[in-house]
Write a protein that binds this ligand. Structure first.
Ligand SMILES: Cc1ncc(COP(=O)(O)O)c(C=O)c1O
Length: 391
């Protein structure tokens, strides 16, 4: 296990950097991440400053170079060319722009989604049917999933649907935390000349990856889950050699067509939030980056999964193959109404979790530890599941 992942004193000290409202134990850290106290303080200062200074700072400094430096640092975060990334307000905006503006589809082509894609991505891919005259192919992954079964699902789909040109792929599905074998799937897609748009919303900051090694040319992310930035920040990535395959967004003309920023809508962004990013990236690196954050949440995940998986009456839905899981994992009380059990976890045990729907295997309960979660919190979860399983 990577150093410190199970060191409660180390992580308690880190937890002190975050302000937490008293209340239930929050095991729903997948929705969005907390800012640290330092980031929050700086964000509030920036809000106040930009409100005082108004356009004077933004026009004279932010737009004259600060924005370029922040973008350079963003590119450094994922080790790509600064010319390949553009800020958006969130992952959805980034992914929908890629889907909407992908210009290589002809009527009669096919596009692919699976049951594990995020709903806004599914919606955008389905929208292509009406606007581009393509056929939308929807596959469901076999359950329980294995590395091979996940890759095989795509091999089968590629063989069955020869007119496939584009597919969405979710690096970490928000439903169960399953981590897709992205490199293997992207390789298979490349062999069939199928382009992949990667949804990296839950991967960034929690999983170490390199887009070139994954073989990914188009991707969307947010910075408000596992990186620790203020809400309203995301970005898209387009490999420079593929820029011409994504049109400027709805005739966007403020930047030349050769500039990736033309793939986002030209609008007034959250300047104070963007201005916190150098501190956010610094803190992320200081904590040990995705390697350290991921190791800690994986440790907490294993702590409950190892105790709960053997219980009759419980099904843990996410694989234990280390290539396929991260800190997020989902389970079911077999034969029970999952929303009722989520309500009981909260009312009877003070544990805040959430149900997720939309996967082929039905409704599940998602558990997401965060950077402030302790081993004691996880033990409380194990105790609660064990108790509720009997009554
Ligand atoms: C897998 C996945 N994709 C995309 C999104 C959308 O992210 P955003 O809310 O930043 O648009 C989420 C958000 O939860 C997600 O979990």
């Amino acid at each position: 296990m990577p150093r410190n992942a199970d060191n409660e004193a180390h992580w308690q000290a880190i937890a002190q950097r975050y302000e937490c409202e008293p209340g239930p134990i929050n095991l729903e850290n997948g929705y969005f991440g907390r800012m640290s106290r330092a980031v929050q303080a700086q964000y509030l200062e920036h809000i106040s400053f930009i409100n005082r200074s108004n356009a004077v700072h933004v026009r004279q400094r932010f737009e004259q170079g600060e924005n370029i430096e922040i973008r350079r640092q963003l590119a450094g975060l994922i080790d790509v060319d600064p010319e390949s990334v553009a800020f958006t307000r969130n992952a959805t905006e980034a992914l929908q722009s890629l889907i909407r503006n992908y210009n290589r589809l002809q009527p009669g082509d096919q596009v692919l989604i699976s049951d594990l894609e995020y709903d806004t991505v599914k919606g955008a891919m389905r929208w292509l049917a009406a606007t581009r005259g393509v056929e939308v192919i929807e596959v469901a992954h076999t359950h329980p999933a294995s590395f091979d079964s996940l890759v095989q699902t795509y091999h089968d789909a590629f063989a069955q649907y020869p007119r496939l040109k584009l597919m969405a792929l979710t690096h970490v599905t928000h439903r169960t935390g399953l981590v897709m074998p992205v490199a293997a799937i992207a390789k298979a897609a490349r062999e069939r000349a199928i382009d992949v748009i990667l949804d990296g919303a839950h991967a960034l900051g929690q999983i170490e990856f390199n887009l070139a090694e994954l073989g990914i040319q188009f991707a969307g992310f947010n910075l408000h889950k596992w990186i620790g930035a203020p809400l309203t920040l995301g970005f898209l990535y387009i490999a420079p050699e593929r820029l011409a395959d994504i049109d400027p967004d709805m005739g966007e003309f403020h930047y030349p067509a050769t500039d990736v920023r033309a793939r986002t809508s030209y609008s007034t962004p959250n300047f104070p939030a963007l201005m916190t990013l150098p501190l956010v990236f610094d803190e992320h690196r200081q904590l040990g980056g995705a390697a350290a954050k991921g190791a800690r949440v994986n440790y907490l995940r294993n702590l409950w999964v190892n105790q709960v998986r053997p219980l009759p009456g419980i099904e843990v839905l996410t694989s234990d193959d280390p290539r396929l899981y991260c800190g997020i994992t989902a389970f079911k009380f077999i034969g029970r109404d999952q929303q009722t059990m989520v309500d009981r976890l909260l009312k009877e045990h003070g544990l805040f979790t959430t149900t997720r729907t939309g996967a082929a295997f039905g409704t599940c309960i998602r558990v997401t530890p965060g950077l402030v979660t302790s081993a004691a919190d996880i033990n409380a979860l194990v105790h609660a599941i064990t108790q509720l399983n009997t009554v």
